[in-house]
Design a protein around this ligand. Structure first.
Ligand code: F6R
Length: 606
């Protein structure tokens, strides 16, 4: 959350900073700002709302300076307005910050007692004044180390100094930060995505480290101010995949890309000659693992929950699932025979990272399923299974969800086979079925018209429900999450069997209820639950799979049929109409689909 960019160059930097801020907007879009340094003066411009608003300010084109920092904000301390927007500056330094300073109130008291005046409601401003205070007496490196030592919480920082003409400083604890190398210029960015248009040579800062960048020099330091060496990584770069193409929104593009991304995922892991799944270099013997714990947040958590159903069917291992923000504060009993699996599109989610860190500190076996392979979660796990679905820009996760489910399903299949829980024939048949999945997704993507017509009812409703049993239950949760985050309609996902235990009281005449009832082992039970909500006035949108058998139920409002596959794979197909329902519903309401209110793509604060 929040995006940071910094550039030190032999030419003016403001246009390049604005350009990079646009790429970073998916991380936060409450407000934006930029500060540059020229002739020992710091120039600062900020605007509430999008980068567009910042760029409308005419003085931006006249902003001089060969060194500068920029920021897009996702508010934590203080409302999103001009004053609270970053950068925050004193007459000595200017700072952009991603993260939360937990002891800012105490630090502020101390600084006010020293005569410092605060302008904003942000926690960030204490960093500005601490640095200003220490720089009165200390030389630069000492002032930086002293400041960082005082801060509790998480941060990625970009800093420029009035008296240091071409210097840009970066620091990291908890929130990601990367350094990029260019010709006669160097960069700082809160992720490689922002830097990719300028360079593919990158170094990631680790927790506690800071760096000093000049246009032709990069130096790294540890938390004690001692110089260290760091590796330069080369990133693959393909700018075209960051483009919306002919689509109106990234989300629409990402939904339609799903057959291709699944094909890529299958190609990466399935050995076509031997009909086998390669989970490359799996570092343990299967006999060393007796249980698996799956951990994630939001949509990634739903993928974990889905995996629990698959893993329990495919393996004899004990499977548990947890939300990362709960797991990290639980009194966990770490066992050497448990494999902890962390699922995250960005690989930077603060809670998921903290859960991983806790496991690492307890010497647990850890595995990351991530989309961004250079991410913190990937780097700090024992073992990584990349999703291979390309950058996901829309804030609401779509193709990454299917990608996460794909990897988890293949992992469950492979572990089940390695553990002799499923036989060779079943294993090979399931792999053969899996290879047909991208085509089935393509076919299911064609069911568009009906979804567009039902959205009007959802958009008028006070609230809605999504019901499913067994394999369909995690998908019901995901469908409800997509609808609420994009179209701001109250939506609850429930196990269909739970309705009688309370939620049935919410059903009233005309309430739209999505029932996921594919023809699997739970079908008849779910249909009974569906009849109970219809009897109480619900307008049921039934989502099932194609079959020669009719659905025996009266008064179903609308039915959508997805393609048919083996039962394991139906969750992938059921997800498609739910993604589209959320998309079209938000489209009709005219909402900002790729950047829903109050949200951000990469949740790097707790
Ligand atoms: C919802 C959504 C979020 C993310 C969650 C975890 O559409 O995208 O719920 O799934 O913030 O993010 P990652 O997967 O990056 O850890």
């Amino acid at each position: 959350m929040c995006g940071i960019i910094g550039i030190t160059s032999n030419k003016s930097v403001s246009a390049a900073i604005i350009n990079s801020l646009r790429k970073l907007e998916y991380r936060g879009y409450d407000s934006a700002g930029i500060a540059t340094l020229s002739n020992n003066e710091i120039f600062e411009l900020k605007a509430e709302g999008r980068v567009d608003n910042l760029e409308k300010n005419l003085s931006i084109s006249n902003m001089k300076g060969n060194v500068g920092i920029g920021h897009v904000r996702w508010a934590t301390h203080g409302i999103p307005n001009n004053i609270n927007a970053h950068p925050h500056s004193s007459d000595t330094v200017s700072v952009v910050h991603n993260g939360i300073i937990e002891n800012s109130t105490i630090l502020k008291k101390f600084l006010v007692s020293k005569g410092h005046n605060f302008k904003s409601q942000t926690d960030t401003e204490v960093i500005v004044h601490l640095l200003t205070e220490y720089l009165k007496t200390d030389e630069l490196i000492v002032a930086i180390t002293k400041t960082l030592k005082q801060l509790h919480g998480s941060f990625a920082l970009g800093i420029i100094f009035k008296k240091q003409p071409d210097l840009l400083v970066g620091a990291r604890r908890g929130s990601p930060l990367a350094v990029g190398y260019g010709p006669n210029e160097n960069y700082l960015g809160s992720d490689s995505y922002a830097l990719k248009s300028m360079t593919n040579k990158i170094t990631y800062l680790d927790d506690g480290e800071f760096c000093l960048l000049k246009k032709d020099q990069v130096e790294f330091f540890n938390a004690y101010g001692k110089k260290i060496n760091k590796k330069v990584l080369e990133l693959s770069s393909n700018e075209a995949i960051y483009d919306k193409g002919d689509f109106k929104h990234f989300m629409a593009k990402e939904i339609e890309e799903q057959p291709i991304t699944l094909k890529n995922g299958i190609r990466e892991y399935v050995d076509n000659i031997n009909n086998d799944i390669n989970i490359y270099n799996f570092p343990w013997q299967i006999s060393e693992i007796s249980s698996i714990m799956l951990i994630g947040c939001g949509t990634a958590y739903h993928a974990c929950l889905m995996a629990k159903y698959w893993f329990e069917n495919l393996t004899s291992l004990d499977i548990t699932v947890d939300i990362a923000s709960e797991f990290r504060y639980r009194k966990n009993k770490f066992k050497p025979s448990t494999l902890y699996v962390f699922v995250s599109q960005s690989g930077e989610t603060a809670d998921t990272y903290a859960a991983l860190d806790l496991c690492n500190k307890n010497n647990a076996k850890t595995c990351a399923i991530v989309n961004v392979i250079e991410s913190s979660i990937a780097r700090d796990s024992n073992f990584v299974l990349p999703i291979h679905c390309g950058p996901e820009i829309g804030v609401a996760s779509t193709k990454a969800f299917l990608g996460q489910m794909l990897i988890l399903y293949m992992m469950g299949l492979k572990l089940g086979f390695m553990n002799k829980d499923i036989n060779k024939i079943d294993y090979v048949n399931k792999i053969k079925d899996l290879k047909k999945l991208p085509e089935l997704i393509s076919q299911t993507l064609l069911t568009d018209d009906k979804i567009q017509t039902v959205t009007a009812t959802f958009n008028k409703a006070k609230g809605s429900m999504f019901l499913g049993r067994g394999f369909s239950y995690p998908i019901a949760l995901e469908g409800a999450l997509k609808l609420k985050e994009l179209s701001y309609i109250h939506a609850e996902g429930y196990p269909a069997g739970e309705m009688k235990h309370g939620p049935l009281a919410l059903i009233e005449n005309g309430m739209p209820v999505v029932v996921l009832a594919p023809r699997d082992d739970y079908y008849k039970k779910t249909i009974s639950n569906m009849q109970e909500v219809i009897a109480r006035g619900a307008k049921v949108l039934l989502i099932t799979n194609k079959s020669k058998d009719e659905v025996f139920s009266e008064n179903i409002w609308e039915t959508i049929e997805v393609e048919t596959s083996n039962n394991d794979l139906l969750p992938f197909l059921l997800t498609i109409p739910l993604q589209k329902l959320a998309y079209y519903s938000a489209l009709k309401k005219g909402y900002d689909i790729d950047k829903p209110r109050n949200l951000a793509k990469s949740v790097t604060v707790e």
